[in-house]
Design a protein around this ligand. Structure first.
Ligand code: ADP
Ligand code: TRP
Length: 326
């Protein structure tokens, strides 16, 4: 069985883009793959300065993972800080990471430009991500397009470590492949830009029905009337719908058809999106309410997940230490 690892930063409420671009794949893969899905809390510390908020966000991601359908009997769910050997591996990889590899990483520059503190942790963020990944020997890493460079850096670091400390016959690390979701693309937010926690344009699938509907009605469109023929591909409402349902889903094709004929206004398209969200997340919304009431269950899931992850990671890190002469 192929092994998969991925994770999300606990940097705020998860949104529809995170679901369509990342979590949906995790849920689909768990029936056919051995899954490790974690919460990248140390990565979030590159931007967080509020302990209570970080603590709440970490919990929130775990609840959302479970509500969206990750099953702890199939997926090892754990917190980054519960598997300390990952940070040890981060150091081992740092020692073979050429500085110029970090200099050319784009996420550091982007994040500093957006106002994040220019810390050494933010600068070496990709090395910690490489350690997260290599620490469980995965075959595949499902992520969004924006993470492509981080997977390339991971492969570069694995190859470097193998070059110094492995042999052709017994490499220390396996080079994992990125699995990039093309179908849902980048889901736009209600203002038409990429949906992101930090842009204030996200749709939260767990919002109460009334405010959710109100927010959907705010999605920016052009001013075409009910009887004008419209271009689905150029419309944010349609793009969000397609991102969630899938480009080749019959419901998406049906909505596109309605755009191309007179008789459908943007209000109707927004209503269709509202119904799709309630439909897709009906079960998740109920499950989430139950999960929020049962903190003991979350603790057990995390304890079991950490035990499984520690077992896998300690074997890999021991192998890397020994290969390097420690
Ligand atoms: P955000 O931009 O909201 O902070 P993250 O950078 O934490 O989101 O992304 C977490 C995961 O969700 C990544 O795999 C990313 O590719 C995916 N993702 C985030 N936003 C979107 C989006 N608008 N459309 C598709 N996938 C997304
Ligand atoms: N950098 C990723 C993001 O912002 C989060 C992350 C950290 C991650 N470590 C990882 C994703 C390992 C995949 C694998 O979304």
């Amino acid at each position: 069985m192929k092994r998969v690892l991925s994770g999300l930063q606990p940097s705020g409420q998860l949104h529809l883009g995170n679901y369509a671009g990342a979590i949906k794949q995790f849920v689909q893969l768990q029936d056919t793959h051995e899954m490790y899905v974690f919460v990248a809390s140390y990565h979030a510390l590159t931007s967080s300065r509020d302990p209570a908020q970080l603590r709440a966000n970490i919990r929130q991601v775990v609840v959302d993972y479970l509500a969206f359908g990750l099953d702890p009997d199939k997926t090892h769910i754990y917190l980054q800080q519960d598997v300390p050997a990952v940070t040890e591996l981060c150091w081992l990889l740092s020692c073979v990471c050429p500085k110029h590899l970090m200099d050319k990483a784009t996420s550091y520059k982007d994040k500093v430009a957006k106002g994040l503190p220019a810390s050494v942790g933010l600068y070496t963020y990709p090395i910690l991500q490489a350690a997260d990944i290599l620490s469980v020997d995965p075959d595949l890493v499902p992520v969004g397009e924006d993470q492509r460079q981080h997977i390339e850096i991971t492969r570069d670091l694995a190859a470097k470590f193998n070059h110094y400390f492995g042999t052709e016959a017994s490499p220390v690390f396996k080079l994992p492949d990125a699995m990039i979701q093309k179908e849902s693309g980048v889901v736009p937010g209600i203002d038409g830009q990429k949906m992101s926690k930090s842009y204030g344009n996200a749709l939260d699938p767990f919002m109460d029905e009334k405010p959710l509907r109100k927010r959907i009605m705010k999605i920016v469109t052009d001013s075409k009337g009910v009887d004008d023929v419209k271009d689905p591909a150029g419309c944010t409402v349609y793009q969000i719908f397609a991102g969630l349902a899938g480009g080749d889903d019959p419901r998406t094709a049906e909505l596109a058809e309605r755009y191309r004929k007179p008789g459908m206004g943007y209000g109707h398209a927004k209503q269709a999106l509202f119904e799709l969200i309630l439909d897709e997340f009906g079960e998740a919304r109920t499950r989430r309410a139950e999960l929020l009431a049962d903190t003991g269950y979350i603790d057990r899931v995390l304890r079991d997940g950490a035990a499984a992850a520690n077992e896998a990671v300690s074997a890999v890190v021991r192998r890397a230490r020994e290969a390097a002469g420690l």
